[in-house]
Design a protein around this ligand. Structure first.
Ligand code: GLN
Length: 188
């Protein structure tokens, strides 16, 4: 198995480390020729979605990435990565990958609660540690989207077909079960 990790900005190294600890091969994507390699899935990391989108457009990555995910390439978006995959962002109108039938709110927890940690139930896994950093949450899911986790009445993880998103950063803890969940999704 070989997983592409979008590496324009943000927490891509942590995802790479996590996948290597699970003995999965990875490669980093910074430009179109990187992206054009064979792959079994893609990780869109956390960071700053606005910066990532700007670079994706400059590097002409946005449309090819959108096309492959729309055609069924498994994708896992964490935090900013979730914003990239959402069809609607309530407080941002920038063009995105927009392949998943969810609405999200950017920086949903406000300034006071910029970063925090919880231990919350994740469907099919049990309680997992979750680190939030200026995180978005999901305000709406449409048909075909399965809610996997909620915190304080807000949806923080969901799946639609081969797309998985989390508001939090599973790559910042030692727990590998969410990454393993994504790998299982690929093999289903
Ligand atoms: N606030 C960031 C954004 O809007 C997301 C934060 C993160 O990925 N940790 O893109």
């Amino acid at each position: 198995m070989r997983i592409a990790i979008l590496a324009l900005q943000g927490a891509f190294e942590e995802h790479q480390r996590m996948l290597h600890s699970l003995h999965v091969e990875t490669f980093l994507v910074r430009k179109l020729s990187d992206w054009q390699q064979p792959k079994d899935g893609v990780i869109l990391p956390g960071g700053e979605s606005t910066a990532m989108l700007r670079i994706m457009k400059d590097e002409e990555l946005l449309l090819p990435i959108r096309q492959e995910i729309a055609n069924g390439l498994p994708a896992f978006g964490t935090c900013a990565g979730m914003i990239l995959l959402a069809k609607e962002v309530e407080n941002d109108t920038r063009e995105r990958i927009a392949t998943m039938d969810i609405s999200v709110l950017r920086n949903a927890y406000g300034r006071q609660l910029g970063s925090f940690f919880v231990d919350e139930e994740f469907k099919g896994i049990g309680n997992v540690p979750m680190t939030f950093i200026r995180a978005p949450y999901i305000t709406k899911v449409r048909e075909g989207v399965d809610v996997l986790s909620s915190h304080d009445g807000h949806i923080i993880a969901a799946r639609q077909g081969k797309q998985l998103v989390t508001s939090f950063h599973p790559e910042l803890n030692e727990d590998t079960r969410i990454h393993q969940y994504f790998l299982n999704m690929i093999q289903e």
